[in-house]
Design a protein. Structure first.
Length: 592
């Protein structure tokens, strides 16, 4: 791999030169998909960068961006980098207080908002943001002072000399910080991860080289762009693949958009894969007779074939027939018939979900990493993956396990530190340049990493046993009725679990359990359902060590959510929030 270090601008200008007329960005307007070529994309980035300079943006300062994925989001982000500033994405679910924290902390002088709804959050806190010189809307207009609609904002760039922008570009080096990624943190205020040009351009190339890309690759962008995984996949990755990013209309319309666009690479967080799994399971449950038998037979062929692939052995004799009768239809139904690689990242995924898709001829590749290593630390690819392991290290990087079991990584993907937080930087990066992940794991003799738990999440029972809750939670989530599982029992004699039901299949679950409940809230109090669920949990217990078994359960009246504060924007469970919110339920497990 070439050792030359490149800035984001150098990579972007290169692809815009080579692919000038090819589509770079696509979005849906009404019922039609529109596109912007690489040449037009570059033109608008440069104009937006000049507009930012015209509005008084200083080099080294921040630009806050909040909104659902769209062309203006990525243009605003790249333009801020061109202008020598540091874009900082804010999750769309953030409160006005959280918006104020990120905007003040990154020293933002400009704020780009999706619409007037997101702008309203900033207008509430405007007096706390003295550094902000202007607000820019991706869509719509506002009569508020200092707020510009997108066309009006771009007009500001026409008065700024190209030479002024060029001097901002020339002043930057590959080792300079180009972006701040605010961790969606499960505790306290988020930390600002400083990513350099070299971090971003090198890692995007290393990751996409490993995954393998083809000319004209298409990705669908729908996960939060404030997260590093989505930035590598749909913002900086396409600069490497010289492909195209299409923006989903919304999360709700993702299923329809996938069928319309048929991406060649597809990334989803575990919660998205679980929701797709629930829909397929519900549809399959409606099948009867021969159709049901063929489905079950095909899935057994798929699972055997998937594991045979991993071992380099021949697939079962009838795998091809199962593929023709079932797998191809499933992929078409999902809009994944052109997808070469399906990826999961950002949070742990259960082995049951991985095996479910493997049995349908849709193997999911695990990519493990964190914001602090610019996304990927390990990458699984077809031909080199093991179900339940997160893959071998990203080529060109180092990976090892510390004496206490912690996963450490080192290389050009490792960040420069936390902005304005030397203490946290010293905790994460040791003097030898190793990044301490906070995860516990093991590396097998083939170099495959398996994550067993979060260092801080380890539960210690009253008997002194160290328990990794994530592994048990993964098993509990393999129960079809369970949406989320949180294992508790720190310093207690036994483990218990808080469970939530899958809303999409609630009626079927209640019918199977013989429950008279009609709603989630009623189900939470229903003893018939609880007894039925405990039987399912005992099935999981049978495969666990005695100290890992779940002795008591509670069914919660609602699912965990981002809006409720129990999940991070990337769907990781905030244990402290859940433990506090349901403290009385947890006390009840232990006679409190």
């Amino acid at each position: 791999m070439a050792e030359v270090k490149r800035t984001v601008m150098e990579v972007f200008e290169g692809v815009a030169d080579r692919q000038q007329g090819q589509p770079a960005l696509r979005w849906k307007q009404g019922s039609t998909w529109k596109s912007k070529s690489w040449g037009e994309y570059r033109e608008e980035v440069r104009l937006a960068a000049k507009a930012m300079i015209g509005l008084g943006l200083d080099a080294g300062k921040g630009v806050s961006i909040i909104g659902f994925n769209c062309a203006q989001w990525v243009i605003g982000n790249v333009a801020a980098i061109y202008a020598g500033a540091r874009p900082a994405g804010i999750y769309t679910t953030s409160s006005p207080e959280q918006c104020e924290y990120v905007t003040s902390h990154c020293e933002a002088q400009l704020v780009i908002c999706e619409d007037t709804k997101q702008l309203e959050k900033f207008l509430q806190i405007r007096d706390q943001l003295p550094e902000v010189k202007a607000f820019i809307l991706m869509r719509g207009d506002s009569s508020e002072d200092g707020v510009y609609g997108w066309p009006e904002f771009l007009d500001k760039g026409k008065d700024v000399d190209d030479a002024e922008l060029q001097s901002r570009i020339d002043a930057q080096s590959a080792d300079d910080v180009c972006t701040l990624i605010y961790t969606s943190g499960t505790t306290g205020n988020p930390k600002a991860v400083m990513i350099s040009h070299d971090n971003m351009t090198w890692t995007a190339k290393a990751a996409l080289d490993t995954l393998g890309y083809a000319e004209g690759d298409l990705v669908v962008s729908y996960l939060p762009l404030s997260h590093i995984a989505e930035q590598i996949m749909s913002l900086h990755g396409p600069m490497v693949t010289e492909g195209c990013t299409a923006f989903a209309e919304s999360i709700d319309k993702l299923g329809d958009n996938l069928k319309e666009l048929r991406p060649t690479l597809f990334l989803a967080v575990p919660r998205v894969w679980e929701k797709i799994q629930a829909k397929i399971t519900a549809a399959a449950a409606a099948n009867t007779g021969l159709k049901k038998k063929i489905g079950a037979w095909a899935r057994s062929q798929g699972l055997s074939g998937g594991y045979a692939d991993q071992k380099g052995q021949p697939r079962p004799m009838f795998f091809g027939l199962a593929n023709k009768l079932v797998f191809t239809k499933v992929r078409e139904q999902l809009g994944l018939d052109r997808s070469r690689i399906q990826i999961t990242s950002a949070a742990p995924i259960s082995k049951a979900t991985l095996e479910f898709f493997l049995s349908l001829g849709v193997p999911i590749m695990e990519v493990y990493g964190m914001s602090e290593c610019t996304g990927p630390a390990t990458v699984s690819v077809p031909g080199n993956y093991v179900t339940g392991k997160v893959g071998p290290k990203l080529p060109g990087t180092e990976l090892k396990i510390a004496e206490d079991g912690e996963v450490l990584m080192r290389g050009r993907h490792v960040f420069k530190g936390y902005f304005k937080n030397a203490e946290a930087t010293a905790e994460a990066l040791d003097e030898d340049g190793w990044l301490h992940s906070g995860d516990i794991g093991e590396i097998d003799d083939r170099g495959f990493l398996q994550i067993t738990d979060r260092k801080k999440d380890i539960l210690i029972t009253a008997g002194g046993e160290n328990i990794a809750p994530q592994m048990i939670e993964g098993q509990l989530k393999s129960i079809a009725a369970v949406s989320q599982a949180v294992v508790v029992g720190d310093r207690q004699k036994h483990l218990s679990a808080l469970l939530t039901l899958d809303e999409t299949t609630l009626d079927a679950i209640l019918a199977e359990a013989g429950s008279s409940a009609k709603t989630m809230a009623e189900a939470a109090k229903d003893e018939t359902l609880k007894a039925w669920m405990m039987k399912q949990v005992e099935g999981v217990n049978a495969n666990l060590a005695r100290v890992q078994t779940i002795k008591k359960i509670a069914i919660l009246p609602e699912d965990l959510s981002i809006e409720g504060g129990e999940l991070t924007p990337t769907m990781k469970v905030k244990r402290k929030v859940v433990n506090k919110k349901y403290a009385d339920v947890i006390d009840g497990f232990y006679g409190g």
